[in-house]
Design a protein around this ligand. Structure first.
Ligand code: GDP
Length: 473
């Protein structure tokens, strides 16, 4: 044995405690089984989650693209008055909306919904998803075939569309005797009360009969799935540790392509692997115009020094004279659209020694300046940086940034969250430690059918960084 592990322990670590299925071709997707850069997770998936994933994989293989049930199901599209034979396959189609972080959060949410409702999840492949992620399901495909009968209509699904569930409720066009063959669900930050009826038990009873659901969302809506009574029973069994939902499902679903993994490993080996400790700092500036601001720079320093993530600069009195052998190296990975924050940090620790004698190495992989979602290389860099952040030991993120949420969840890290500056001032305190590693559902429905449940559910709290958002703890 090496590393004190025997063969079966090593196999289990490679498969993340049973989370991943074995048997994929390793070379075509190196990230899938490569745990060499990551510390083993502190969180093990439950046996029930593992068996649920294996049965989901069987379902997907039976109902996936190219199968007879898939063909039958696509033929039904456009017909109402369905003959329901009970054993037919049902589907949920995910569409990419907004930035990469938003997309990864909604994809995990839709996948959990598929697990809970025994649907097959298929993803729209017309953007660059295949440049970013490998296939997660064995011996089948998660890609919605390009000849899917509704392909031409997918982009046109919006709030005004006659097949939008919220709009149909509004127009009293839903009656429980006619089951439509497909519906569009709109789950955005600005969705209407009717759209949010998706989170109500009785609406789920109806939606469960609809063979095809198409979801567009930019949110992590998992916390509100927990407050649907019939789902909660299953969820408690699947995730006895409630804050592990995203951590497990994201590690199950997302395996960067070899091109992206190359970027991750090259950066890691060049700048992070030799360090004694790694700190990640994700700087997202939402103000308009965005860019470099002194108050944000001050906030980053104030937070990292106060929380002892970075040392102070030495004064002549505090300067430590150290022998080179005992010098500790701390690598600081900065990700931001703006290169100036890391430039400033780098200069600071170049021009003056640190008070602890630690060597601080600052690295920022890219500084793209503006968001360019759907440009292949831009999105690949964004994904590589999310992964690099997840490989750090301590993480600092920015308020309400889904980019940071994904990194913390993948890494199993509870970050320090930089509060959103107001009136161009450094907030005081500058940051807050997250209660859990879960992403925040930034616009959870607070007033509808779940209003009472929110108050009495101990494991759902208002987010640290967004007062009206909800997260699992
Ligand atoms: P959010 O807007 O912060 O919630 O995160 P999203 O990921 O949904 O959207 C922001 C997009 O801007 C990302 O997907 C990237 O395309 C780009 N972006 C923002 N911050 C960074 C960063 O630190 N590094 C890189 N490479 N891209 C970033």
């Amino acid at each position: 044995t090496t590393n004190g592990l025997n063969n079966s322990e090593r196999q289990s670590e490679k498969l993340l405690g049973g989370l991943l299925a074995s048997g994929f071709d390793e070379k075509s997707c190196l990230s899938r089984y490569d745990q060499s850069m990551r510390k083993p997770s502190l969180y093990k998936p439950s046996g029930y989650l593992v068996s649920k994933l294996r049965s989901y994989e069987m379902l997907h293989k039976r109902c996936g693209p190219g199968t007879k049930p898939y063909k039958r199901a696509t033929k039904q599209l456009g017909h109402n008055e369905l003959r329901s034979s009970g054993d037919e396959c049902r589907y949920v189609v995910w569409m990419p909306m907004f930035g990469l972080g938003n997309r990864m959060l909604s994809l995990v949410s839709v996948f959990l919904y598929a697990l809970l409702t025994d649907r097959v999840m298929l993803v729209d492949q017309r953007n660059d998803i295949t440049d970013l992620f490998c296939e997660p399901f064995p011996e089948t495909s998660w890609l919605l075939p390009l000849d899917f009968p509704l392909t031409d209509q997918l982009d046109g699904f919006n709030r005004e569309h006659s097949r939008c569930y919220g709009t149909m409720l509004k127009n009293h066009a839903i009656n429980s005797t006619t089951i439509p063959s497909h519906l569009y669900l709109d789950i955005f930050h600005d969705s209407r009360d009717q759209d949010k009826r998706f989170f109500c038990e009785e609406d789920q009873a109806f939606l469960g009969k609809v063979p095809w659901l198409v979801v567009k969302s930019n949110l992590y809506f998992v916390p509100s799935l927990w407050m649907i009574p019939s789902f909660q029973t299953k969820l408690i069994k699947l995730f006895p540790q409630k804050e592990t939902v995203f951590h497990h499902l994201a590690r199950y679903l997302f395996h960067p392509t070899n091109q992206v993994w190359g970027m991750v490993t090259r950066s890691y080996n060049a700048y992070l692997s030799r360090a004694d400790a790694r700190v990640g700092i994700q700087v997202r500036v939402f103000s308009k115009p965005a860019g470099y601001f002194q108050h944000v720079m001050d906030q980053i320093l104030s937070c990292t020094q106060r929380e002892k993530l970075l040392p102070e600069l030495a004064t002549p009195e505090t300067q430590v004279t150290n022998t080179s052998r005992s010098l500790k190296l701390k690598a600081v990975l900065v990700t931001s659209l703006h290169p100036e924050y890391s430039d400033h940090l780098k200069n600071m620790f170049l021009e003056q020694p640190s008070s602890t004698g630690e060597i601080i190495e600052v690295y920022q992989p890219s500084g793209e300046k503006i968001q360019q979602t759907d440009k292949k290389l831009h999105d690949q860099k964004a994904l590589a940086e999310i992964y690099l952040l997840s490989l750090t030991d301590e993480l600092v993120t920015s308020t309400r940034s889904t980019f940071g949420y994904v990194a913390q969840g993948l890494g199993g890290l509870k970050p320090w969250i930089l509060y959103e500056p107001w009136e161009k001032k450094t907030p005081n305190p500058p940051c807050v430690k997250a209660m859990s590693m879960e992403p925040c559902f930034l616009r959870a429905p607070l007033h509808g059918c779940q209003a009472k449940t929110i108050k009495i559910t101990p494991f759902v709290r208002f987010c640290e960084d967004w007062k009206t958002g909800l997260k699992l703890v």
